[in-house]
Design a protein around this ligand. Structure first.
Ligand code: SF4
Length: 377
């Protein structure tokens, strides 16, 4: 099974923390759509007849697209690729785009999962981040999605924001847990170079929250989501009633995927490639009938490290037998050796041949993954 990711690069305004590739040049949408359709044709063979199990419209803000435009994209993809019966079609959206009418139409054209970028319910946080929506719009968007017939609704939250107190984070979580969502993605704020937040941090106009608060907010996230029936199935992802994101789970299981649109990444099992992260050059190339991407052939060590990082982050863990089968006995032994220290300290646990992060390990997962990585020989 394979997946398809479509990067819709338009945002009506830019959030101050965001480093995804995006542009406010929404007037370029018609040319973007024309180019995207050309790219679909040019990349028809990329998945080598692998049936498509997931389509993910990400961005940017895919909800700038009309349902009819999404429908045309899906139809075109369907002419190139065989879709599985249970294919998951996710559309990322901003709450203020999600009227009941829009959502009903979106459902009718084949979208069956929504990922709503709420980030916070608090007016001060929303203003600080330069988000477009209000708390009420966030709450209404989930209610509308349910009314429109979406059973799979994911919401995004951000913690670790400057001046985010424990009580405000608790309020955010309480509000999130009350919503009839089935999935939650919650990420700690990162100060990415090139963003306004990074600029303000460097100029001393913003202050990072203390590390203890970051840890306490993550602890609170884990506790409150568990109490509200969410299962913590990946470092930053939580699902009710096993409503795991099929698309992201496919990344974590090393399945092939095709990325379309500026900055989108693709993976075919032996190489990774990424489209140019620039709308102007993306459009120019496709208008001339050419793709514009860079490609990297993966070494055995790259593949081993990808395998390790993607598996260990989930609740299904890293199976050492698979390391032995797909790589080598030597790779397994080396990994067991590097994991020892963390097994003793309680950051990792082992059940049969499978290694998992413990709750304590999830808190420092970046450090653990770095320590487990194999070095190029
Ligand atoms: S967070 Fe989403 S809506 Fe905000 S600028 Fe980034 S891509 Fe656009």
């Amino acid at each position: 099974m394979g997946g398809i990711y479509i990067h819709v690069p338009f945002c009506r305004k830019k959030c101050f923390y965001c480093d995804f590739y995006k542009t406010t040049a929404v007037s370029q949408k018609p040319l973007f759509l024309q180019s995207l359709h050309r790219e679909i044709d040019l990349q028809c063979e990329y998945l080598q007849n692998e049936p498509v199990d997931t389509v993910y419209f990400g961005g940017g803000t895919p909800s700038v697209l009309l349902p009819s435009e999404i429908s045309e994209i899906l139809e075109h993809l369907g002419r190139c690729h065989a879709f599985s019966n249970q294919a998951e079609v996710t559309v990322e959206a901003n709450p203020d785009d999600l009227s009941l009418t829009y959502l009903k139409e979106l459902k009718m054209v084949g979208a069956n999962r929504l990922s709503i970028g709420i980030q916070s319910f608090h007016p001060e946080d929303l203003k600080r981040m330069n988000r477009r929506h209000t708390r009420d719009q966030a709450v209404a968007s989930v209610a509308n999605a349910l009314d429109a017939g979406f059973g799979d609704i994911s919401i995004d939250l951000i913690y670790g924001l400057p001046e985010l107190s424990m009580s405000r984070w608790e309020e955010n979580l309480r509000q999130a847990m009350e919503l009839p969502a089935t999935h939650l993605s919650a990420y700690h704020l990162t100060y990415h170079e090139g963003t306004m937040f990074y600029h303000w941090l460097k100029k001393g106009q913003l202050k990072e929250i203390p590390e203890d608060d970051s840890i306490a907010q993550f602890e609170m996230l884990m506790d409150m989501s568990a109490a509200a029936g969410y299962e913590h199935y990946e470092i930053s992802n939580f699902a009710r009633n096993q409503a795991y994101s099929k698309h992201n789970s496919a990344y974590w299981k090393g399945k092939k995927y095709l990325g379309l649109g500026p900055s989108a990444h693709s993976y075919d099992g032996v190489s990774r490639q990424w489209n140019i992260a620039d709308l102007y050059h993306y459009l120019k190339s496709l208008q001339q009938g050419e793709l514009n991407f860079e490609r990297e052939i993966l070494s055995d060590t790259d593949r081993l490290n990808d395998f390790l990082i993607t598996r260990i982050r989930t609740k299904w863990g890293l199976d050492l037998r698979e390391i032995q089968t797909y790589f080598s006995q030597k790779a397994r032994l080396k990994l067991e050796n590097s994991a020892k220290k963390y097994l003793i300290s309680g950051h990792l646990k082992m059940d049969g041949d499978i290694i998992y992060l413990t709750r304590q390990g999830i808190m420092v997962s970046d450090e653990i993954m770095l320590a487990l990585l194999a070095e190029e020989s």
